[in-house]
Design a protein around this ligand. Structure first.
Ligand SMILES: Cc1cc2nc3c(=O)[nH]c(=O)nc-3n(C[C@H](O)[C@H](O)[C@H](O)COP(=O)(O)OP(=O)(O)OC[C@H]3O[C@@H](n4cnc5c(N)ncnc54)[C@H](O)[C@@H]3O)c2cc1C
Length: 553
């Protein structure tokens, strides 16, 4: 049987960083198992290809969450990347870290070494901040030598400029760097992209390491079980097939001399633990799975951002909707081929606003996104036929809590994903306030030159009940599932890993991905996952943590 020092399950955002960092040590061997294919698909690398990979089963697990009251009984898509780079190969490639209070909160919950001053050096280690002329990048906060290029969006158009001006007139200041000292304000987005091409975690970390003799990367290799000897993880069983691994592939076992590391993401890591007999005993018993290690929190504490969108019809300006059709699209394709610019170099969202639901709130609890485009039925894979613009809003730190639970003992069957969107009243309150601000932003004076009329939910929707009905009707995920293998002190009944990311009560097994987050950061998640993996790499290698940043109060 083949034996490596480390076996990593999943070559996504976290797995790519770990594979690269751990294999820097020539004296250890590392094997990475990835269920999906290599990241050859051209739409992975063209930013606008996002619209296609969002629905492509070749590179996407295409999960769906369970219907619930506040989604109006709809099962919402829950896409997850299934290829080298994982979700960082199909995401909106926006770079957003969150707020200082997010990580201070992680530390204050009893997770030593995870306060903002501790994690800031790891954020910096991941990034190579490239600024436009006049752009920002305060050295205390930003890194210059990391693997991933962080660039400012170069696109400018009258709609975006008018939107920003409208926000400023509402008292929301322009922010030169929402990943710097302060998140609040309005600005163009920062992206992980270079020369008009996406830079996934695989392209930034994994590929440059793949020529190393001590790193083995197996694609189409779906891990089906963690092999335990008593309370120690000693290996992983997987099935390797030509099409995304899967049950038809031949079973193979690889052994880990030092550690097995799960980086399968917030859906797959808890599912793999559960089908391997590690999880809540009542759930495992109900599925006929032998309980090898009872751990109540596995799969619990799921959270996500839930966003309703307002769509307005545009007059007097060209939006992405028209540019993406007919002869104009041909022109855009040629422009991209020659210059790597134009709408094909755009990601789904162009402007971010961070603001608060109520003046009395100390911490900015709302995020808005604006884009001069609109999607049919609010689904981000098909653009409308009329000129449109969209604003979305969401509660940054949701209190609603759901779960991921294996549906059966079969590791290839999609698990139950129930985020329980908006079940917490606090989430509904903040969301409603956000929707009202979103509408004001769309109807601002500077945008009025281009604002024709509201298409969704439409002017008839005025009362709180009308707005919540609209949220139910078309609200969607912003793709930020997290928290299902929670890092927490032993006293917390939902704890799955300790602050070294070791699975509690077992040896030789860690989880390193979005599932370990104790609470939702005020952000999209990729930046934090990369930070977590950089920090975990030092822990696994037994290196001292990077020196904490010295911050002003
Ligand atoms: C459509 C979309 C848009 C997003 N947009 C943004 C954005 O603009 N900015 C941002 O910051 N964040 C964004 N996110 C979120 C962010 O990309 C993810 O939170 C982050 O990439 C998760 O990293 P991870 O390492 O936890 O998991 P992933 O990157 O999902 O990696 C998990 C990997 O493990 C593999 N795997 C899973 N199970 C197994 C198994 N049993 N055997 C073998 N391999 C397995 C998967 O195929 C996958 O490659 C988006 C996410 C999605 C899906």
């Amino acid at each position: 049987m083949e034996t490596f020092d480390y076996v990593i399950v999943g070559a996504g955002s976290a797995g790519s960083v770990l594979a690269s960092r751990l294999s820097e040590d020539e004296n250890v061997t590392v094997c990475v198992l990835e269920a999906g294919p290599r990241d050859w698909h051209p739409f992975i690398h063209i930013p606008a290809g996002f619209m296609y990979t969002l629905v492509d089963p070749k590179v996407n697990w295409l999960y769906k969450s369970e219907p619930s009251e506040w989604t109006g009984g709809r099962a919402i898509a829950a896409p997850r990347g299934k290829t080298l780079g994982g979700s960082s190969s199909i995401n909106g490639h926006i770079y957003n870290r969150g707020q200082r209070l997010d990580f201070d909160g992680w530390g204050q919950r009893g997770n030593r070494g995870w306060g903002y001053a501790d994690v800031l050096p790891y954020f910096r280690r991941t990034e190579r901040r490239l600024t436009m002329e006049g752009g920002s990048g305060e050295e205390l906060f930003r890194g210059r030598e990391g693997n991933l290029p962080i660039t400012d969006l170069e696109w400018r158009d009258p709609l975006c400029e008018a939107f920003i001006e409208g926000a400023v007139q509402m008292g929301i200041p322009r922010n030169q760097d929402y990943n710097g000292a302060q998140q609040a304000g309005v600005s163009y987005v920062q992206r992980i992209i270079e020369n008009g091409r996406r830079k996934s975690a695989a392209r930034g970390y994994l590929h440059p390491a793949m020529s190393r003799k001590n790193l083995t990367v197996r694609t189409h290799a779906h891990a089906s079980e963690i092999v335990l000897e008593g309370k120690r993880a000693v290996g992983v069983c997987y099935r390797q097939g030509s099409r995304g691994g899967g049950r038809s592939g031949a079973p193979v076992e690889v052994r880990a001399r030092k550690e097995v590391i799960l980086s399968g993401g917030a859906v797959n890591s808890p599912q793999l633990l559960q089908v391997s007999g590690i999880g809540p005993a009542p759930l495992l018993k109900s599925l006929g799975i032998e309980v090898k290690h009872a751990l109540a929190g596995v799969g619990e504490n799921l959270r996500d951002h839930y966003a309703p969108r307002f769509v307005a019809r545009v007059k007097g300006a060209t939006t992405i909707n028209e540019r993406s059709k007919g002869l104009r699209l041909v022109g855009e394709v040629m422009k991209y081929a020659l210059t790597r610019k134009g709408i094909l170099a755009l990601n789904p969202t162009l402007i971010y606003v961070f603001w608060k639901s109520d003046e009395r709130v100390d911490n900015y609890d709302l995020q808005f996104t604006f884009t001069p485009a609109s999607y049919k039925e609010g689904v981000q894979s098909t653009l409308d036929d009329f000129p449109g613009m969209t604003i979305a809003s969401w509660q940054q730190r949701p209190d609603s809590i759901g779960y991921v639970r294996a549906r059966s003992a079969d590791p290839f069957q999609h698990p139950v994903i129930q985020p329980n969107y908006l079940t917490a009243e606090s989430d509904r309150k903040v969301l409603l306030a956000g929707m009202k601000i979103a509408r004001r932003l769309l109807m601002s004076k500077p945008l009025s030159e281009y604002y024709d009329r509201e298409e969704f939910p439409g002017p008839q929707a005025q009362s709180d009940d009308d707005l919540m009905a609209a949220a139910k009707q078309r609200g969607t995920t912003t793709f930020h599932l997290m928290g299902t293998c929670r890092m927490a002190p032993e006293t917390d009944p939902t704890a799955v890993v300790d602050d070294q990311l070791r699975v509690r009560g077992l040896e030789g097994l860690r989880v390193v991905d979005a599932s370990i987050m104790p609470t939702m950061p005020s952000a999209n998640l990729n930046a934090s996952v990369l930070m977590i993996a950089e920090k975990a790499a030092d822990m696994i290698r037994g290196k001292a943590p990077l020196e904490a940043a010295i911050l002003k109060d």
